[in-house]
Structures are given as C-alpha cells and as structure tokens.
Design a binder for this molecule. Structure first.
Ligand code: BES
Ligand code: MN
Ligand code: MN
Length: 425
C-alpha cells in the first residue's frame, strides 16, 4: 500500500518478492532504493545486439483495501472463486506483472533463452503518482534504452476482446481546503453572521461545471488537442451499450459533458471530479455546529496537451476568484501525471496485434482509457520509445474497490499473448 507509510515494511517486502520471482525466472535482478518506495529492475540481455530490446513496466504497489467488511475473502489472501482470483492487486497490477514474469520464465525454461533482450521495471509508487520514477528514467536513459515499452496495467474492452490502448488520460490531484473561523462555532449563536466554510466549499465546487457539464474553469480547454478522427471513428464503432453500462455501474442515469458519448467522455475528454468531501459533524444524530474548516479532494483527468501543473494553476486562480469573502481557500497539490496518446503505428503494435490474435483467436480492438499511468509520458519522451498498453483486466474487475479480481482465463491467455509477442517481435 504505497500511500500508507505504516505499511512501508510490507511494501518493501512486496518489492523483494517480485525481485525474487524475476531472479527465479532467470533474470539478473536489482532492488534500487529511492527516497520513496524501491524500484525493481530485472534484465536479460543475451539475445544479442541484433535483437530488439523491450522494457516491461508494471507496479507492485496497490491501493488501500478499505472498506474491509465489503470483501468476501481477505484482501491479502488471494482466493480463487468462479474462475477468478480475488485479492487486492489481483489485476492492478500484481497479477498482470506476474503473468509477464511467468511468460519470461516459460521461454527461459523451455528454450534456455529469450528471443529479445528484456528489461523489466516494476515500481512501487504508481498508485501515488510515480513521483520518483520520472527522475530515475531520465537519469538512466542509456540503461533503459529500448525499442518498445510494454505495459499490462489496463483492461480489455470486453471478455474475449483483446485490446490495445491508444490513449491514457493525465491527472492533476489536489486538496481544496476552506478555512473560516478559528474553531467550530455554535450554529445557532453564530450562524448567519459568520461565513460557513462548508457552504463556501459547496459554492466553489459547484462553480467547477456549467449546466452542460463542461468544466467552467476559465482556460481549462485551451490546450486540448483534438483526437485523431480515425481513433474517434474506431471508438464509435465499438460494440458499446450505454444502458448495459449504466446497469453495470448501478447509477440511476448516466451524465456528463453535453454532446459527447459515454466512451468519449471517459476516454477523450478532460474532467474535474470531487473524490472526497469532509466538513463539520457527520456522526449519528444532530449536532448544531458551524464548522471551522471544509475540505475536498479533487482530481482533473487531462487529455493531450493539457499540462497538470498549468491546469492546477488555472483551478487555483478560479478558486481565488469565486471563494466568498470571509473564508480562506487554499489549493494543495498532491500528485499528477501527463496524458498520453499514440497513433499505434510501428513494429511493436503490429507484433501485438498478431500475438493477441493468436492467443485470443480474434483481432484486438483499439480502445482508449480514462485512467492514468503517470510514467507513460516520461517513457515516451525520455526513451523515445513507443509504448504498448496491452492489458488483461476485464470490465467489473473492481480495481481500487472491494473484491478486486482477475480472470484466471485471462491470466493464461495474457501469458500466451506476451510469450508470443516476444517471438513475433
Ligand atoms: N492501472 C491503473 C490505471 C488504469 C486503469 C489504466 C485502467 C488503464 C486502465 C493505475 O494503477 C491507476 O490506478 N492509476 C491511477 C493513477 C494515480 C493514482 C496517479 C489513476 O488512474 O487514478
Ligand atoms: Mn495499475
Ligand atoms: Mn491503480
């Protein structure tokens, strides 16, 4: 759990565990400390200089498992039920990292060698923004030089439908704190005369969107680059049923930016979302109190070419303009990551299409993704290598939620696809 320092020893143990499995598979392995969680690096470079070098990236850290009482079996005791492995990290991303390790191990056990040179980089800070990995990548471009980066940390569009991602959204995540009076006040004695921080916060966050669901922060869309019409066409052609999706998420109705479809809203458009809210009395019954402080956790998902810091500055300026007199509103940066987009042309994508088709007995689709993997843009820039995002999760897998699972069938087919990819390449 990279976010929780009380679990640092467990996180370090996870790093050692994955290092040991890489070593057992036959890779030279190193656990590299950072000022955060360690980076695990495995290498096998004996395919020869005429063979391509690939870099496999994944993360061994996970999101906290709470609420624990909603898990059917304990989050850190992997349990197989109904063709699924349930555990925190089953799909995001330990299971998907492990299928890569096992595919490499299979090659090395059966043939004593790999058809390509391989670098495996597994980090422990993805779920908290990969703060130290960007610097590591930039400082080690020679060692990490490769023809392609391959990542399995995403999902397939539907069961049986292998998927290659053409984009990831970026992210800026911040805390918005509204301070009012020096301490909580009696809401009868003072209410009406002192500006209420909870009401002020509600006013501020309500101003983040207009009636049409567009983000109303001035300048927010200025640097949005239009997506490739070809990708838009491919996304529109996907077999996606909005009503089925609505039932899956269990919401009374879907909603978002006017004039965009659900997939476009999730994959191609930037957003501003409240992730958490806290203020005043929330216990049983009533307590009459005017809270001294209110707080919101806010994330903006970003698309090319929005810059996380620049967007945060725009939000900060907007908050400064709309915050009512009588409170102090402050924006505190938590983490961020740049968006990423590819045109899916080149050797690695051709090889992936063939390997996925061989393993799944059908051609892959091109999908987008609303989530973020902060280091992907750094890989693309610093290593100048194409990034292949080929994940084996499935819709409904409960990533970041109770009862996270990975399909056993996909684990096996993913392993086959990856093993075949190295041959195809
Ligand atoms: N694997 C996910 C991101 C993801 C999800 C990519 C689905 C593609 C498909 C990753 O572990 C994740 O959760 N990222 C965070 C990043 C953040 C904490 C910096 C996210 O998107 O919220
Ligand atoms: Mn992940
Ligand atoms: Mn995640």
């Amino acid at each position: 759990m990279s976010a929780r320092s009380e679990h640092n020893a467990d996180t370090a143990r996870a790093a050692e565990w994955i290092a040991t499995s890489l070593r057992t598979a036959g890779l030279e392995t190193e656990v590299i400390p950072t000022s955060g969680h360690p980076i695990v690096l495995g290498e096998w470079r004996r395919a020869g200089p005429d063979r391509p070098t690939v870099l496999v990236y994944g993360h061994y850290d996970v999101q906290p498992p709470e609420p624990l009482d909603l898990w059917t079996s304990p989050p850190f005791e992997p349990t197989a039920r109904d063709g699924k492995i349930f555990a925190r990290g089953a799909v995001d991303d330990k299971g998907q990292v492990f299928l890569h390790v096992k595919a490499l191990e299979a090659h090395l056990r059966v043939r004593g060698r790999l058809p390509v040179n391989v670098i495996v980089l597994i980090e422990g800070e993805e779920e908290v923004g990969s703060d130290h990995l960007g610097d590591f990548v930039r400082a080690n471009t020679e060692r990490l030089r490769c023809e392609a980066v391959v990542i399995s940390d995403s999902s397939m569009f539907a069961p049986g439908v292998p998927s290659i991602l053409s984009s990831l959204r970026g992210l800026t995540y911040f805390e918005l704190v509204v301070d009012g009076p020096a301490s909580d006040l009696h809401s009868g004695m003072y209410g009406g005369a002192v500006v209420n921080p909870a009401t002020a916060l509600a006013h501020i966050i309500a101003s983040f969107h207009d009636e049409d669901g567009h983000v109303a922060v001035p300048g927010f869309y200025d640097s949005v680059r239009q997506p490739d019409p070809d990708v838009v066409r491919q996304i529109r052609a996907l077999d996606f049923n909005e009503e089925r999706f609505r039932r899956e998420v269990g919401a009374p109705a879907l909603g978002g930016e006017a004039r965009y479809s659900t997939l476009e809203r999730m994959w191609l458009r930037p957003t501003c979302e409240i992730n958490g809210l806290l203020s005043g009395y929330t216990g049983e019954g009533a307590k009459t109190v005017l809270p001294a402080r209110a707080m919101a956790k806010v994330s903006c998902r970003l698309v090319p070419d929005q810059d996380p810091r620049a967007i945060e500055k725009l939000v900060e300026a907007h908050v400064g303009r709309v915050a009512p007199r009588g409170v102090r509103a402050t924006v505190r940066h938590l983490h961020g990551g740049r968006p990423w987009r590819t045109d899916l042309s080149g050797l690695i994508y051709d090889a992936a299409r063939r390997a996925l088709a061989a393993a799944f007995h059908r051609d892959p689709v091109v999908a987008g993704e609303g989530g973020s993997i902060p280091v992907v843009a750094d890989f693309a820039d610093a290593l100048r290598a194409p990034v292949l995002l080929m994940g084996f999760g499935l819709p409904g897998e409960n990533a970041h939620a109770p009862d996270e699972w990975m399909s056993v069938e996909n684990f096996e087919l993913g392993m086959r696809a990856v093993a075949t990819l190295w041959d195809t390449l």
